[in-house]
Design a protein around this ligand. Sequence first.
Ligand SMILES: NC(=O)c1ccc[n+]([C@@H]2O[C@H](COP(=O)([O-])OP(=O)(O)OC[C@H]3O[C@@H](n4cnc5c(N)ncnc54)[C@H](O)[C@@H]3O)[C@@H](O)[C@H]2O)c1
Length: 252
Amino acid sequence: MSRALRGRRILITGAAKGIGLATVERFITEGARVVALDRDEVALAALRGRFAAGSLDTAEADVTEPEAVSAAVAAGAEALGGLDGLVNAAGIDLIASIETMTLADWNRIIAVNLTGPMLVTQAAYPHLRAAGGTIVNVSSGAGLSPLKHRTAYCASKAGLQMAGKALAMEAAEFGIRVNTICPGAVETELFRSSIDTAPDPQAAYETVRARYALQRIAAPEEIAAAILWLTSAESSYVTGTAIAVDGGRTFH
Ligand SMILES: NC(=O)c1ccc[n+]([C@@H]2O[C@H](COP(=O)([O-])OP(=O)(O)OC[C@H]3O[C@@H](n4cnc5c(N)ncnc54)[C@H](O)[C@@H]3O)[C@@H](O)[C@H]2O)c1
């Protein structure tokens, strides 16, 4: 069996649930050793119970807290003996009109979705430089083509794409590739909470589903497959891209 990430040492944020979790599962199947970073210690403990020691380490940190991020990345890199790859998947959503969104709402979205990946990248960068590694940022189709009542979320995700492109320019000389995935709607807790809090959840689900040419919501594993490609040597000539994995909405 070919294993695309045999022996690769990868740090994944937002790893306890959803897209991050599907990425942990796929990467370990492909032979990687993974550090799963998340702020949800209970979910991390459940994850530890599922994998053999040696294939998975966990690190509890909120990606918005610089000291916690530094300590978690340092411990993760030490456990793995270095880092060959980083996946920034931690993120949160906000649905709010410009009239109801507070400054605290805006600041939290920017902190988690934009500043967080930057902090984790800075902490991981010396290790990625040493290895000539990869960075994959999980943005959103909402960073390519806007969605109503998601001003902060769209801005954070568009910012993450451009930050990745700019970093790709300076990281290339160290053999680091930086790419971005822009998922459409994916069946995760983040997606479910946006549907379940709508006045009519069934209608909200249908509205979202109908936006996509493929007329369905993605499984997290379909996003993990694209993250795998951008992390593996199969994408060796790809850097600075933002790739839509969105069933046909943004046509990017
Ligand atoms: N689900 C979708 O429809 C969808 C679509 C496009 C993009 N995305 C993006 O994909 C990424 C993953 O989303 P998901 O749907 O898997 O969400 P999810 O809520 O299922 O999982 C997110 C994980 O990130 C962790 N997390 C959140 N904030 C954190 C923080 N400050 N520090 C550390 N960990 C934190 C959570 O604990 C959770 O384990 C996000 O960046 C999201 O914006 C999701």
